[in-house]
Design a protein around this ligand. Sequence first.
Ligand SMILES: CC(C)(COP(=O)(O)OP(=O)(O)OC[C@H]1O[C@@H](n2cnc3c(N)ncnc32)[C@H](O)[C@@H]1OP(=O)(O)O)[C@@H](O)C(=O)NCCC(=O)NCCS
Length: 175
Amino acid sequence: MITIAEQLPEDIGAIDRILDKAFGPAREDKTSYAYRLGIQPTDDLSFVARDEDGIVGTLRFWPVYIGNDAISALLLGPLGVAPKRQNAGIGKALMNHGHRAAKKLGHSAVLLVGDRDYYKNFGYSSASAHAIIMPGEGPSRLLCRELTPGALDGVNGTIMRADAVHVISSRQDRA
Ligand SMILES: CC(C)(COP(=O)(O)OP(=O)(O)OC[C@H]1O[C@@H](n2cnc3c(N)ncnc32)[C@H](O)[C@@H]1OP(=O)(O)O)[C@@H](O)C(=O)NCCC(=O)NCCS
């Protein structure tokens, strides 16, 4: 039986092994990792799927900001399922659990880089419709979804790392 639970510190090794198998060892070269490396995942939004043998899936969310107004959003991913357990509903269970939890915690919008054909099933559509941009990533795989209706109305611009916004504020403070 599959259960979805909060990730524990000791789960990291198993998670990395699943992601290496699912995405390949060069996964950290992907554009979206530039928003994760050196940044802590968003509190209370790191999940694993477990069965009797251990961890079989992982999903985390990360803080980002969008545009000149630094609108807060979540960056979803990576979502990964152990190759032997794919296509059995584990990804779907993680996605639904993650969205419910994110909404409950008051987050209003989620971005991700991924296959539209998979993520459209969870309400994702092209972020380019909002003119939301991730430097280095083409528009076809950059997707977004509102958790609160209207949360992305009028939101546009470049996605920024969570720590970049701190730098901008400091500059303003000094000006
Ligand atoms: C993508 C992934 C997270 C999905 O999780 P999963 O538990 O295998 O998938 P689910 O059981 O929730 O859903 C299965 C359905 O999604 C479809 N699907 C799986 N990967 C897909 C993809 N990349 N694009 C489109 N559809 C996809 C399957 O064909 C299946 O369709 P069906 O229900 O009509 O038969 C998982 O397969 C994985 O880790 N893959 C390796 C990484 C990868 O390829 N990522 C690409 C997306 S960014």
